[in-house]
Design a protein around this ligand. Structure first.
Ligand SMILES: [Zn+2]
Length: 322
């Protein structure tokens, strides 16, 4: 009996310490975004699904995942939502988090929303900027941006700027996921959240576009690690050199998903404080080119970015004023 008790307590101890760390997988989905997170309480999160179901589907299958507690669509562009259709088909989703932005140029975003509506026992949420999500009592998950009022959008910049931006904070370590938010939203978040943006790991905005990752924003975030989710030879020329230079000058090591899925583990409290980075070597500007690993490449129409003062910004400012 004593042996059995010892065995059971060992089992409990090992499973709780296993779950007490927070693991992040920045998936290699080509030109797009998908990040899978294991919370210390054992619940899981998927932020975006990439441009097709292929990579995310393989990842979930290999890991044997049958349920996802929290699926987030940052914004309705196909390099973020298309893969999520496969996710809804493959696994049980319990909660779906969405902006109220409708991309009038695409039908697929509403198809995905229909899938979420049809998913048994799945609740759709429209979180507000400034609110906290109660996903794990030990992890602070804060929404820093989104369009929580319904908006019909046509221009890519406006859709990008409705991105649901999330910051996780666990064991003294911040993780920031900015979707495709551009400079105007970065500026607004700086004014509103100030040092609340500080994060060890920054999932770099908009695939390393020059129109995101401003110097001021990087000075606030102070990232040590910057992850750029991007496809090889994409039509946008992402990542842009100006953004890479700014990120490096801010003192962050840059990692690309082109070389494979990048992982980050935040240890449990009292088990050390330094996060552990898995995956490949950081970007070295002296190296000839980005790692040339062919991936699913997304080739949508190119639209020149423009300066915007869109609905996301107005909503964020209103929220801050309240
Ligand atoms: Zn994107």
């Amino acid at each position: 009996m004593r042996k059995l008790t010892a065995f059971i307590s060992l089992l409990l101890l090992s499973s709780s310490s296993l779950w007490a760390q927070l693991n992040v997988y920045y998936l290699n989905v080509g030109q797009g975004d998908a990040t899978y997170i294991e919370l210390p309480n054992g619940h899981n999160v998927l932020i975006d699904g990439g441009p097709s179901g292929e990579a995310v589907g393989k990842f979930l299958k290999d890991k044997g995942i049958t349920t996802i507690d929290h699926v987030v669509l940052t914004h309705p562009h196909s390099d973020h939502y298309r893969g999520l259709k496969k996710v809804f088909a493959m696994v049980d989703v319990k909660n779906f988090y969405d902006s109220r932005a409708e991309n009038v140029e695409a039908k697929g975003d509403n198809n995905l929303r229909e899938l979420a509506d049809a998913e048994p026992n799945c609740k759709t949420h429209y979180p507000e900027a400034g609110s906290n999500l109660n996903w794990d009592s030990r992890v602070t998950v804060k929404i820093l941006n989104t369009c929580s009022e319904p908006v019909q959008l046509k221009y890519n910049d406006d859709v990008n700027n409705c991105s649901v931006v999330l910051r996780f904070f666990y064991n003294g370590t911040g993780l920031l996921f900015t979707g495709d938010a551009e400079a105007s939203i970065e500026n607004a978040m700086m004014r509103i959240f100030k040092s609340g943006l500080e994060s060890y790991a920054l999932k770099v905005g908009h695939h390393g576009s020059r129109y995101s990752s401003t110097n001021g924003f990087l000075a606030r975030v102070k990232p040590k690690m910057a992850i750029i989710s991007v496809g090889v030879d994409n039509v946008y020329g992402h990542p842009h050199k100006e953004a890479l230079d700014r990120i490096r000058a801010a003192g962050a090591k840059i990692f690309f998903t082109t070389g494979g899925t990048q992982t980050l583990t935040i240890p449990a409290p009292r088990k050390g404080v330094e996060p552990v980075i898995g995956g490949l070597v950081p970007y070295d500007p002296a190296a000839p080119v980005l790692p040339q690993v062919e991936a699913v490449i997304y080739r949508p129409e190119v639209e020149a970015p423009r300066n915007v003062n869109g609905p996301a910004l107005e909503q964020l400012e209103e929220q801050a004023a309240e």
